[in-house]
Structure formats: C-alpha cells, structure tokens
Design a protein around this ligand. Structure first.
Ligand code: FE2
Length: 403
C-alpha cells in the first residue's frame, strides 16, 4: 500500500512539475536599502490607490507602522489601520480584515510585519475578490484564481519570505489546524526591503526568522523536482548570504549592511521555495505552530538539522555542494561534507541560543501531528525522501529526545 502511495506522490510531482513550467511565475518588484519605505506613496499613486488598508500586528503597529503612516499622510493618501494580527493568524482575523477593507472602501493593501500580517492580508485580499468563498475553501493549490488588489509587502523580519511567495498560512479558529492557501495571485506586487524596519528586532527574532529563511533555501534546494536554474541559483545565493550575514545581524542589530543582505537573502529564499516548494521540515513545523503556537522560525531551526540528518544519503550530494559554497568543508566524501554542513547549522543554532529539541510535545498529540504533517507534505512537496507514519514519528521522537 505504501509503495502504491509513493508511486502516486512521485507521479503527481512529475506531472505538477510539467504543469508548473507552463505557469507565469510573477515576482514582486523589490526596492531595497535604507529609506526604501519612502517609495510607498509613489507606488500607491501608480496603482491608483487612494485609500489603503494597512495590516500589521500590535507591536509593529505601535513601533514601526507610524513611519509608513507618516509617509502616507505627507502624500495625502487615506488609510485604514488594522493592527491586531496575532502570531499564526486565524480565519477570524482574516474575515475581520476583509470586512473592514470593504466597509471603509479601501483599494489596496500594505502589509507590514513578519509572516503573520503578510499572510493574513493575503488571505483577506483573496476574500475581498472571492467574498462568497470561506478561507478554508481556498486552502491548497491554485484555489484563489482571481487577481487580488494591489499589495505592498513590507517585511519587518528577514525570514518568512512571504513578501515574495504564493502562500498564506492560516490557522483554523476552531480546530487549530494550520493550512496554506497557495496561488500565484497571492504574490505581492511590490516588496519593500528596508533594513530600518528590522533594526530593532530582538536577537531571538533575528535568529529564528533567519533560520526560517535558511530552511526555505535548503528545503527548496534539496527538492528532487520543480527547481529551475534560477531557483537553484537563488537558493544557493541565499544559503551563502545567510551563513555570512545572519550572525552579524544577530550580534549587532545596527549593522545595516547585514540587515539589508538578510532581507535580500530572505527574498531570494522566498522565491526559491515558491518555485521549488518546501518539505518535511515545514510540514512538521506547522503542526507545532498550530498546536503549541511555537514560532515558525524557531520550529524550523530546530527541525532542519534533524530532518536533513534523517534524509541521509538522498541529500548528501546537494548538501556537500552547499558545504563547499559556504566554505564549511572542501575535502572528503559527499557524506562527510554533508555532515559538516548539518553540523554547522547546529553550531549556528547553538551560537544563537536556539534549542536542540522541544520537550513540550505531548504524547497524545503525536498521531495528530503525523496526520497533519503527512497531509501537508504529500503529494505536493517534492521532498527528497517521502515520509510515512513510521518515519514521521521517528523524527518527531528525535525532536523530543534532543531537547
Ligand atoms: Fe517558513
């Protein structure tokens, strides 16, 4: 039975790969560097947006959104502010944003924040153009199917890549199940990569979101199909940049060069995984976000080395190449180089005070985690190693054992 399932998954991926190559993969237009938020009014005018919905969370709403609201005021652009997006945004939040957008006559979105506000705004934008379709009905691949209003993404962390992706991850209010809407229409029109927006990020957020970006790049890179020459190149560049700049940004938040490079790396990693997909690391990490509200980047940082190790030989060649590109190890066999690459991820985690495992996973939740993780990964993610119940459970138990 497992054999038949695996044949189905691999066939699905092979067919999807052909189909994906026929689609138009629009990329957001990026503006990077100190002060790039000042571009926003001009972009809104270009898009003929006279009133914009600004979506963010409470902290960013207080500390960073005013910078952008001031620019809007100066340019005479009206706005409605929604600053209540929570971590792991819920369907309720998405519906409240949609209602406010329609009630106040907005014509476009500015999402400021990490993944949560960007994802909530994407899902709300989808609801705006598909008012009769509940969020859950748009979960999965290509279910939005309609152009969303102009959308400007302003990341305040360098990690989620949501400013460039087709995905919006939403949590069902009742069941706590996290799922993703994935549609080419959800790609933002513009991405503003202004390092000033990440200057004040606490160390813990810098490190975990940066490791999320690394997970995007690595998971995309080790996928067996979907990749293009461009997604491979961008994943490699992102991995190298993250190895070079993440700890610099972690150790000195005012290092604007490191902050800019991390935003660019995150953007590149976002494009790579939009094209090539993520994998079992994300599938398992999402279950921890849904059940325990574990920050997404933290979950990925912990799970990434464990899953890469579990993949074994299937990823040795690719990880060996990354080990060389990042300068981690040049000599030895592919297995040795891959080992060194994984060790370096663990070492980075350690230097940035990220734990090695999680002790809060409840025994009774494990079957649910396995179900959700397998349902997310299969058949869509072209993972190098297909997981079944047994292997997924083994990895989850490693995550607990390594705590
Ligand atoms: Fe992620």
């Amino acid at each position: 039975m497992a054999f038949v399932k695996n044949i189905y998954y691999r066939s699905f991926q092979a067919v999807f790969n052909v189909g994906a190559r026929c689609l138009y993969w629009r990329r957001p237009i990026p503006f990077s560097g100190v002060g790039s938020v000042q571009k926003i009014p001009e972009l809104l005018k270009k898009e003929k947006v006279q009133k914009v919905m600004v979506v963010t969370g409470p902290t960013v709403g207080r500390k960073l959104a005013p910078k952008i609201l001031t620019e809007l005021d100066k340019a005479g652009i009206a706005y409605t502010l929604f600053a209540e997006v929570e971590a792991n945004p819920s369907v309720n939040t998405v519906n409240r944003i949609q209602k406010l957008y329609l009630d106040t006559g907005c014509q476009g979105f500015i999402a400021i924040g990490g993944g949560s506000p960007m994802d909530a705004a994407k899902a709300a934008a989808a609801r705006v153009v598909r008012p009769n379709t509940p969020v859950g009905k748009m979960a999965g691949l290509l279910r939005v199917g309609k152009k969303i209003p102009p959308y400007i993404a302003v990341p305040t962390t360098a990690g989620t890549g949501s400013e460039t992706t087709i995905a919006a991850v939403i949590t069902d209010t009742e069941t706590h199940h996290k799922y993703a809407l994935m549609d080419l229409h959800l790609v933002p029109k513009y991405a503003i990569l202004d390092p000033e927006m990440t200057r004040e990020l606490p160390q813990k957020i810098t490190s975990t979101t940066g490791m999320d970006a690394l997970t995007h790049a690595v998971e995309a890179y080790v996928c067996w199909t979907y990749n293009t020459a461009e997604s491979i190149r961008l994943a490699e560049e992102a991995v190298c940049e993250i190895f070079r700049y993440l700890e610099r940004a972690y150790n000195d938040g005012n290092d604007m060069e490191a902050r800019t490079q991390m935003l660019i790396a995150s953007f590149k990693a976002g494009f790579a995984f939009t094209r090539a997909g993520v994998g079992n690391v994300h599938a398992i990490a999402h279950t921890l976000g849904g059940l325990y509200n574990t920050p997404h980047g933290l979950a990925n940082a912990v799970i990434l080395p464990i899953v890469l190790e579990d993949y074994g030989e299937a990823v040795h060649e690719k990880l060996a190449h990354l080990a060389e590109l990042t300068g981690v190890r040049f000599n030895g066999t592919d297995a040795e180089k891959a080992r060194a690459f994984i060790d370096e991820i663990r070492a980075m985690n350690k230097r940035m005070n990220i734990p090695t495992g999680f002790d809060f996973i409840k025994e009774e939740d494990i079957p649910q985690m396995i179900r959700w993780a397998l349902a997310e990964a299969n058949p869509v993610y072209p993972v190098p190693v297909l997981y079944d119940k047994k292997r997924c459970e083994k990895v989850i138990r490693r995550i607990i054992a390594e705590a």
